[in-house]
Ligand binder design. Structure first.
Ligand code: GLY
Length: 430
C-alpha cells in the first residue's frame, strides 16, 4: 500500500509514525507533503504546499497512491477531497461543503440551531456597529466569547471578561481586520463555564465510531491562564467522560449532526471532532466542530490505538465502517507540547535545537515545527515538539513525558507544567 499524508505538524508525524508501525505491515511507501524534519525519518517528503490541492492530486495520481490522509483543516476547506474524488483517488477527509462545519463558525452555529444540537446562545455580526449594539444590550452576559468566522489556527476565539474587552476583540476583527477575511463576520457567544472535552468520531457518511476520549489544554499557561492556543497538551482517556455522558453526547450531538449534514447534502466522511463544554449542570454543549483529527488530540489517540490505522482509514474513505471494531490500549497516554518563544502571537523561529531525546517504546518525540539547516535541527513554527508517552498509570505516563521534555533544549522553549493536573486531582493523586 502507498500512502500520502498531507500536513506538516506533530499530528501528521504521529500519523506517519503509526503507519510505519502498522501491525499488519500493509504500508510499503509513505509520502508526506510538505512534512518536517522529524517526519523525514519515516516518510519521503514531497515539497508541495498543503494549500496546493491540484498539485497534491497530480502527485497522488502519479505515484498511484492507494490512500491520501489529510491532517489539517486548510486543504479540506479548500476542497482537496472534492479534487481527489473527481479523479477517482481515495482520500480520507470530508468534502469542502462538509468541512464548512469547521471552516465557518457562522455556518456551524446556524446549523446546530437548525438541528437542535445543544450549543451556547449566540449572535452573528457582520459589522462593528452590529457587534457594538449586541454587546451594549449585553443579553449574552459577560464573560463572553468573540469568534472569527473563518480559519485562524486556533487563535480566533477570544474569551472576553468584560464588555470593554469584547468591544476591543470585535474591533480588532471587524475594523482592524486582524484575521483578514476570516474575521469579516464574528460570532458572539455566551461563555459556558465547565470542563472541556474533545470528542472525536470516525465517520463514513452515515456511521460513527467513537475514538478514545481526550482532554486538551488549550490555554498557554499553567492553571488555564493566558491566551488560547492550538493546544498545549492532552491526556487520554478524559476522566470527565463517564459512560452516561458518552451516550448522551452520541445521541444528542454526534448522531443529529451527522444526520443533519447528510440531510443538507453535506454527507461527512473523516474525523468529526466536537469541542465540547460540559457545563456545571453536567450537560454537554458544542463549542465548535472540527473536520479533522485534533492536534495534539491525535497524538494520544494514536498512542493508544491498537487496531491497524491504515485499514481503519481506508474503511472510512470507502464508506465501510459497519464491520469495523477499534481496539484501544488500557494504558493512559499523555502529550506535552513544547512551543517556541512568543507562541501563539509572535513566534520566534530559527532557534537551534541543541538537544533532543530519542523516541523509544512508549515514548514518542514528535516534531511539530522543525527543519534542517545544514546539519542543524532548527525550530520552524509555534508548536515545535509534542512529547507523547504511554504509562501504566496517568502519573507514570506524565513522569515519562515530562522527563523527556526536560531534556529538550532550544532557546525560548516553553511548555505547561500542569498537563493532566486536574485529572490527577480527580484521581486523588495530587
Ligand atoms: N487541539 C485543538 C485543535 O486541534 O483544534
Amino acid at each position: 500500500m502507498k500512502i500520502l499524508v498531507v500536513g506538516n505538524g506533530a499530528r501528521e508525524h504521529a500519523i506517519v509514525a503509526k503507519l510505519r508501525d502498522s501491525s499488519i505491515g500493509a504500508v510499503d511507501e509513505i509520502y508526506c507533503a510538505p512534512g518536517n524534519a522529524g517526519i523525514a525519518k519515516h516518510a519521503r517528503l514531497v515539497p508541495i504546499e498543503m494549500s496546493n490541492t491540484v498539485e497534491l492530486a497530480d502527485f497522488a495520481q502519479t505515484i498511484k497512491a492507494d490512500l491520501t490522509i489529510v491532517g489539517p483543516e486548510l486543504p479540506l476547506v479548500l476542497g482537496i477531497v472534492d479534487e481527489f474524488k473527481k479523479r477517482g483517488l481515495r482520500i480520507f477527509g470530508p468534502t469542502r461543503s462538509a468541512a464548512e462545519i469547521e471552516g465557518s463558525k457562522v455556518f456551524a452555529r446556524e446549523f446546530l440551531t437548525r438541528h437542535n444540537v445543544p450549543s451556547p446562545r449566540y449572535s452573528v455580526c457582520g459589522s462593528y456597529d452590529e457587534a457594538e449594539r449586541i454587546l451594549k444590550e449585553g443579553k449574552l452576559g459577560f464573560p463572553c466569547v468573540v469568534k472569527a468566522d473563518g480559519l485562524t489556527s486556533g487563535k480566533g476565539a477570544l474569551v472576553c471578561e468584560t464588555r470593554e474587552e469584547a468591544l476591543a476583540a470585535a474591533a480588532s476583527m471587524l475594523k482592524d481586520k486582524r484575521f483578514g477575511k476570516a474575521g469579516e463576520r464574528v460570532v458572539i457567544e455566551e461563555f459556558v463555564p465547565g470542563e472541556e472535552v474533545s470528542f472525536l468520531v470516525l465517520c463514513d457518511g452515515t456511521r460513527a465510531v467513537p475514538l478514545a476520549s481526550v482532554q486538551d489544554h488549550k490555554r498557554l499557561k499553567d492553571g488555564d491562564k493566558g491566551p488560547n492556543t492550538g493546544g498545549m497538551g492532552t491526556i487520554s482517556p478524559a476522566l470527565n467522560l463517564k459512560l452516561e455522558l458518552h451516550k448522551e453526547i452520541m445521541s444528542t450531538i454526534i448522531i443529529p449532526t451527522i444526520a443533519g449534514l447528510s440531510k443538507e447534502g453535506r454527507s461527512f466522511s473523516g474525523v468529526l471532532y466536537a469541542g465540547l463544554m460540559i457545563g456545571t449542570d453536567g450537560k454537554p454543549r458544542v463549542l465548535e466542530f472540527n473536520a479533522r483529527f485534533g492536534d495534539p488530540e491525535c497524538q494520544v489517540i494514536l498512542a493508544r490505538l491498537r487496531s491497524d490505522l491504515a485499514s481503519l482509514l481506508v474503511a472510512v474513505a470507502d464508506g465501510a465502517l459497519a464491520d469495523v471494531k477499534v481496539e484501544w490500549a488500557k494504558e493512559p497516554a499523555v502529550c506535552v507540547v513544547v512551543a517556541s518563544e512568543g507562541y501563539p502571537d509572535n513566534v520566534v523561529k530559527g532557534r537551534e535545537v541543541r538537544h533532543l531525546p530519542e523516541s523509544e517504546d512508549g515514548l514518542q518525540i514528535l516534531h511539530g515545527a522543525t527543519v534542517m539547516d545544514g546539519q542543524k535541527l532548527v525550530t520552524n513554527g509555534g508548536r515545535v515538539f509534542a512529547v507523547t508517552a504511554l504509562g501504566a498509570s496517568l502519573p507514570q505516563a506524565l513522569n515519562r513525558a515530562y522527563e523527556a521534555v526536560a531534556h529538550i533544549e532550544f532557546d525560548g522553549a516553553q511548555y505547561r507544567r500542569d498537563i493532566g493536573a486536574s485529572a490527577l486531582k480527580k484521581l486523588g493523586v495530587a
